[in-house]
Structures are given as C-alpha cells and as structure tokens.
Design a protein around this ligand. Structure first.
Ligand SMILES: NC(=O)c1ccc[n+]([C@@H]2O[C@H](COP(=O)([O-])OP(=O)(O)OC[C@H]3O[C@@H](n4cnc5c(N)ncnc54)[C@H](OP(=O)(O)O)[C@@H]3O)[C@@H](O)[C@H]2O)c1
Length: 245
C-alpha cells in the first residue's frame, strides 16, 4: 500500500508507521520538522529494511502546507492508496481555560485544520477511485466530559466529520477509518495518571492496522474502550454532572 503519513515521529503514529513499513507498505512521511522526519525515516529503514519514499513539511497549524505536502507524496509514491493522520495536540482543561492562545491553536490543530487536511486528502483519493483515510480522533469526543470540555469538543467535531464522510463517500470507494484511542501511554500523556485500561502504542497500532485492512469505519483502541464508552454514553446527565470522569 502507498501511504502518506502525517504524525509518524512519535507515539501511536510511530508505532503504526513501523508496523506498516515492516509488512512492506511504502510510506511518505509528513510532519512539521524535517530533521525529525529524516530521523523517523532512518528508524523505518533500520527496522523494515525499507525507508520512506520521501518526506515533506506539513504543519497542522499552517493549512498552506497541506496541498503541497500531499502533492509531493502523490508524486513520489506514484499515487496514494491511503492517507493516515495521527498528528494531534493535547492540553489539559485547566491549561486551556487559562490560555486562550493555546486553546485557539488546539481547536485549529485537532478540528478545523485536520478537517482541511482531510479534505485535501479526500479529493486526491476520490480522484483515483477511492482509498483509505485513517484519522485519529479520541474517546474524548464521545460525551461532554468535565476533564476534556475543550479538547473533547474538537475531537467530537472531527469524529462527526469522519462519520459523515463515510456515509457520503463509501459508495465511491473512500474507506474512512476513525480511530478512537482511550488513554495510551505516549509523550502526549506523559505525566498524567494512567487510568485502568491504559494502552501501549504498539498494541494500538496492531488494532488500527487490522481496521485499516478491513476498512472498519470506527475502531476503539485498546478495544476495551468500546465497552467503557458504551457505559459512559448511557449515563444520564445527572450522573455526568456528579462524576469526575
Ligand atoms: N495518547 C492518548 O492517550 C490519546 C488518547 C486519545 C486520542 N489521542 C489522539 O491520538 C493521536 C496520536 O496521539 P499520541 O498520543 O500518539 O501523540 P504524540 O505522541 O504526542 O504524537 C503526536 C504527533 O502529532 C504531531 N504533531 C503535533 N502537532 C503537529 C502539527 N502542528 N503539525 C504536524 N504534526 C503535529 C507530532 O509531531 P512532532 O514530532 O513534530 O511533535 C507527533 O508526531 C492524536 O490525535 C491524539 O489527540 C491520544
């Protein structure tokens, strides 16, 4: 599979990119720091015996970088079978309530700019008859929750967008895969107290790769989070007001 990959430098993205390269997929790495991308490329070469087809700058804070980055990926790969977006930004509810500029950046990176990037990817995939668009959202978007009022709102918007893409374009060959990680130990969650059922990036990557291959529209990772969120979705509002989750 020929894959444009945004976010392979760290965490779940790095684990998923390694797994894809190891099984023979050809990756083109997108990210905001070219030196980091080169380092990730060397890591993939060492692990899979096959480095990426190239790298290009793509910063979710700068929408002007999106089209050139995907054009470069398409040219180097000779077409795209899949676009994967694991890049995202997290900050605590307290930080976001305090810092309006950080809030503006997070809402852009996790919602509006990710949607703009996906629109560029969607058009390119549809032009060649379809493909897979796999994007990391979050369980934080499942229900309005006190600890993630703002981050959760961005991810809820992203989840709805991906759901609607799947409804509208599946018949034209676009397979949208919305990944909803629960708590996973990565640099994003460093310093936070892991809840029960916390996962590791490598386990998440295995679950996500299966979902990509099946074209599964929604995937919880680790899978136990599907049950956790089922329970949370059913909790009455009065209970949501009382609990801290
Ligand atoms: N970890 C969790 O518990 C958890 C739970 C639910 C959902 N998620 C979501 O899952 C995804 C992956 O999370 P993770 O934990 O693996 O995160 P991570 O380890 O912090 O990695 C985040 C990735 O996003 C990239 N990135 C950040 N800002 C960017 C920007 N402006 N432009 C381009 N790339 C940017 C980073 O690139 P640099 O190397 O340049 O920083 C890095 O590759 C995110 O969307 C996150 O919101 C995570």
């Amino acid at each position: 599979m020929k894959v444009a990959f945004l976010g392979a430098t760290k965490g779940m993205g790095r684990a998923l990119a390694r797994l894809m390269a190891e099984r023979g997929d050809t990756l083109f790495l997108l990210g905001r720091d070219l030196a980091d991308l080169e380092k990730s490329g060397r890591d993939l070469l060492a692990r899979a015996g096959k480095g990426p087809a190239g790298t290009a700058p793509c910063d979710l804070e700068q929408p002007a970088t999106f089209a050139p980055a995907l054009d470069a990926a398409e040219a180097a790969l000779g077409g795209l079978d899949a676009v994967v977006v694991t890049a995202g930004l997290f900050a605590s509810q307290e930080e976001l309530e305090r810092d309006t500029e950080l809030l503006r950046r997070l809402l852009a990176v996790d919602f509006s700019h990710t949607v703009l990037f996906c629109e560029e990817a969607r058009k390119r995939l549809l032009l060649r008859g379809g493909g897979t668009l796999c994007v990391f959202s979050s369980v934080a978007g499942e229900r309005g929750r006190k600890p993630v009022v703002l981050y959760g709102a961005a991810k809820a918007g992203l989840t709805r967008y991906l759901e609607a893409l799947d409804h509208k374009y599946r018949s034209q060959g676009l397979r949208t895969v919305c990944v909803k990680p629960g708590f996973v130990r990565t640099s994003m969650t460093a310093g936070l107290q892991p809840p029960p059922f916390a996962g590791e990036p490598e386990g998440v990557a295995r679950v996500v790769l299966k979902a990509i291959d099946r074209g599964q529209p929604v995937v919880y990772a680790p899978p136990i989070w599907a049950l956790v969120m089922l329970a949370i979705r059913w909790l009455p509002r009065a209970a949501m007001r009382r609990i801290r989750f």
